[in-house]
Design a protein around this ligand. Structure first.
Ligand code: AMP
Length: 287
């Protein structure tokens, strides 16, 4: 595996691969790898002749009061893990290379970026869409792979790729969880042991919602009431948002008709965690 820092070098390699008829699978990340990241790389290994993983803690997607400076970083460990799963290139540009002093172009996605995390993190998806668009132009992937853990991000990137006619297939992959159900996240390292236990309420709330829908209680009010109850019973937590949305547009829906996504963001101590689940309307059973 090669580690490439220079965007021009990365782009030249991508052009050469394309000229040779090779397909490129791409996994954008901010590093500090866990099994969630590795599952995306393993999928990339299956669908691409070449697998590129970018590791870039993107300043443009962090607000001024957010955790850019303390975001966990460990390049050596990440490189070893990426090598183990068969990644071809780990692309590690610097902030200066991605945003030189004269930088002035941004990508702004509309409605899909406005609700959910867009409310409490203004500018976040503008930063995400901008960096992913730049990365697509540098890495020139045929397939780009994202986790459903950041479900709104996946929808925003899909929208951007469709709206801007980007020649890339955007693929979403399932959330990888710890054994006890907590969705894996680099930010879980911020949690104290007590907060780590409290953080399980996200998964408990999603499970309670699924159960409710199986019992054909599928209205937004019923579902969000149960979710709120589970979380508010848990110490050290504060709800940022709870939402029942259309899986494609992220517009709020009044009930689970067909499929809906339940998405939530919860502060556990000083750490903001997100999670989501697909809810499927349960059909009356045939006799
Ligand atoms: P990050 O490094 O947190 O920006 O994440 C990079 C990619 O990994 C994104 O597409 C995330 O959605 C994905 N990802 C993060 N955590 C998980 C997880 N627990 N399961 C699956 N994908 C994940």
């Amino acid at each position: 595996m090669d580690i490439v820092a220079d965007p021009r070098d990365m782009q030249e390699r991508a052009q050469q691969w394309r000229a040779q008829g090779l397909s490129i699978a791409f996994v954008p990340t901010m590093g500090y790898f866990h099994q969630g990241h590795l599952s995306l790389m393993e999928y990339g290994r299956k669908v691409g002749d070449k697998v590129v993983v970018s590791l870039f803690v993107n300043p443009a997607q962090f607000g001024p009061a957010e955790d850019l400076d303390r975001y966990p970083r460990d390049l050596e460990r990440d490189a070893a893990l990426a090598r183990q799963v068969g990644v071809d290139v780990l692309f590690t540009p610097t902030a200066e290379q991605m945003y030189p002093p004269d930088y002035q172009t941004y990508v702004e996605v509309g409605d899909a970026a406005k609700g959910l995390c867009g409310v409490s993190r203004p500018g976040h998806f503008r930063g995400v869409a901008t960096v992913v668009c730049k990365l697509f132009n540098i890495v020139m992937p045929h397939t780009a792979i994202f986790g459903e853990k950041d479900y709104q991000q996946l929808v925003v990137i899909r929208r951007m790729a469709a709206d801007l006619n980007l020649p890339v297939k955007v693929v979403g992959r399932p959330i990888v969880r710890e054994e006890d159900g907590l969705a894996m996240s680099s930010r879980n390292t911020y949690l104290s042991p007590e907060e780590r236990r409290a953080a399980l309420c996200l998964q408990r709330a999603l499970t309670a919602a699924r159960r409710l829908v199986s019992a054909r209680k599928s209205s937004r009010e019923e579902i969000l009431a149960v979710v709120q109850q589970v979380i508010s019973q848990t110490p050290h937590t504060r709800i940022d948002y709870l939402a029942l949305v259309d899986p494609e547009t992220l517009a709020e829906v009044p009930a689970v008709r067909g499929e809906a996504r339940l998405a939530l963001a919860v502060w556990v101590g000083n750490t903001r965690l997100i999670d989501n689940a697909l809810l499927v309307e349960s059909k009356p059973c045939c006799v």
